[in-house]
Ligand binder design. Structure first.
Ligand code: ADP
Ligand code: ADP
Length: 225
């Protein structure tokens, strides 16, 4: 069944139509990548699903519920961005624990969850460090950990590896794929990097000028030379 469904979703910014009547369905557990040049509407689509912006027309359904009335924090999703947005004065452990504290979870449960997630991303040994004492790749893994510690049903990632060098990027691609395979979370991933999309996705949705140009499994797509 579908985790996310978009039906005739249009988004206008003033006079400008950034998305033209998009229909898209993402299955539970699927890894879907939005690929396309800058300005093609990828972030707009992600922000609509996240509830950061509202569609001009059309319907968005998340896990069977009409999202129109669901604020961001009720959509059961986690987000990872290019700038890691970690809190600089907090340790790695505190950064990951923070969203659980806000939700009022008991201390021992927070400790158990954070420790589990740190093991999963193999960063237990830096739990006491501040973000600035970590490499870019480690910081990005911490922001992934902070996201999966909620057990979201859906993770949205907007160019999460854009700030990393090639080697780290390839390492993180594998890491994200491994987490997807282990946790079975539905992933919607945005990139303008064709190789990244080909490596990571169950399905690629190719966007251009606010429209879906093609979509399919990586080996079924036709890329213009
Ligand atoms: P992408 O993520 O593929 O680079 P975006 O979704 O960011 O594309 O943008 C799609 C189009 O909408 C672009 O032409 C962009 O300039 C425009 N756009 C995005 N956000 C706004 C906004 N807040 N106000 C006006 N135009 C915007
Ligand atoms: P639940 O979904 O367990 O009933 P709530 O109704 O309190 O919990 O809603 C919190 C939901 O919102 C969580 O599932 C979490 O995934 C999501 N959420 C809230 N804030 C954020 C955030 N800053 N980043 C990512 N996800 C968030």
């Amino acid at each position: 069944s579908a985790m996310v469904q978009l039906q005739g979703v249009t988004k206008r910014y003033g006079e400008f139509e950034a998305l033209h009547s998009i229909d898209l369905s993402i299955a539970k557990g699927e890894f879907v990548t939005l690929l396309g040049p800058s300005g093609s509407g990828k972030s707009t689509l992600l922000n609509l699903i996240a509830g950061m912006i509202a569609p001009s027309s059309g319907r968005i359904i998340i896990d069977g519920r009409d999202a129109t009335t669901l604020p961001t924090n009720r959509r059961g999703l986690g987000m990872v961005f290019q700038n890691y947005a970690l809190m600089p004065h907090m340790t790695v452990f505190e950064n990951i624990a923070f969203p659980l504290q806000v939700r009022g979870l008991p201390k021992d449960e927070i400790r158990r969850k954070v420790t589990g997630v740190l093991d999963l991303i193999q960063l237990g040994h830096v739990a006491g460090r501040k973000p600035r004492e970590l490499s870019g790749g480690q910081q990005q893994r911490v922001s992934l950990a902070r996201c999966i510690v909620y057990n979201p049903a859906l993770i949205l990632m907007d160019e999460p590896l854009g700030a990393l060098d090639k080697k780290l990027r390839e390492q993180m691609q594998l890491e994200i794929k491994r987490l997807h395979a282990e946790l079975g979370i539905t992933m919607l991933y945005v990139t303008h990097d064709q190789d990244e999309a080909l490596t990571m996705s169950d399905r690629i949705v190719l966007m251009n000028g606010g429209r879906i140009e093609q979509q399919g499994q990586p080996d079924t797509l036709y890329f213009k030379p």
